[in-house]
Design a protein. Structure first.
Length: 226
């Protein structure tokens, strides 16, 4: 099947309330364009420079979709990131949130952000480690930053061969999401729970995901880079 056929099939399969973000890491502009022409509305990129090249290559089409930063954002790349991304999904500390807020203030914009949760407490991954109200505390602090809109929670979960192994992690992320919303914090109404990738999106949706990030299942296996 073509990239467009893959996307259309997935869009029919995935419930309408769940947003599909194209995980476009290493994909060519033509590959991404095929998915956009099939109806894709959201693009996720891991690297600022790669996103900038893709944004430029897509021309007018780039301005008709929503861009998500789904990789770790380095402070020295924030200014460039604001030129491309509509959403930063990987805020994992107040220090990073304050740095993004400062740049957003200078740019005169209000930027959507999600708090990234390291739901598996894996040392090799970024994200807030759950426990001791750490996630809730960060969300509450971000509400004090006038140029950020805290709209969601993002998590990956440990990578395993069996998608069922991800279920308890996704379930825990949903509990955190619901717990924050239940607190009724001023200025906080989380609408997005971003979790689940090509091998685990079905389980993620069953556990409450409202956004999934799909790459291989749409585009096929990544080419080896020289």
């Amino acid at each position: 099947m073509s990239i467009g056929d893959n996307y259309r099939r997935l869009r029919r399969e995935v419930p309408g309330h769940v947003t599909i973000v194209l995980a476009a890491k290493t994909r060519t502009p033509q590959e991404v364009l095929e998915a956009l022409e099939a109806g894709a509305t959201d693009i996720g990129e891991n690297y600022v420079q790669e996103a900038g090249h893709l944004y430029t290559a897509l021309g007018e089409k780039a301005r008709s979709v929503t861009w998500h930063m789904i990789g770790e954002l380095q402070k020295n790349k924030i200014n460039r990131a604001l030129q491309v991304f509509d959403v930063i999904q990987t805020v994992d500390s107040l220090e990073k949130a304050e740095a993004i807020n400062s740049r957003a203030e200078r740019a005169g914009t209000l930027l959507k952000v999600y708090v990234e949760v390291n739901i598996g407490s894996e040392p090799s991954k970024s994200g807030v480690v759950p426990g001791s109200d750490a996630v809730e505390s960060l969300v509450e602090n971000i509400t004090q930053l006038r140029h950020l809109s805290i709209d969601g929670i993002m998590t990956m979960g440990p990578l395993t061969g069996d998608p069922e192994n991800s279920r308890p992690y996704f379930r825990e992320a949903r509990k955190i999401f619901d717990r924050i919303n239940a607190r009724g914090l001023p200025g906080v109404s989380l609408t997005t729970l971003s979790m689940g990738m090509s091998n685990s999106y079905r389980v993620a949706i069953e556990e409450g995901a409202t956004m999934i990030r799909l790459g291989t299942i749409v585009f096929g296996t990544r080419r080896r880079q020289a």
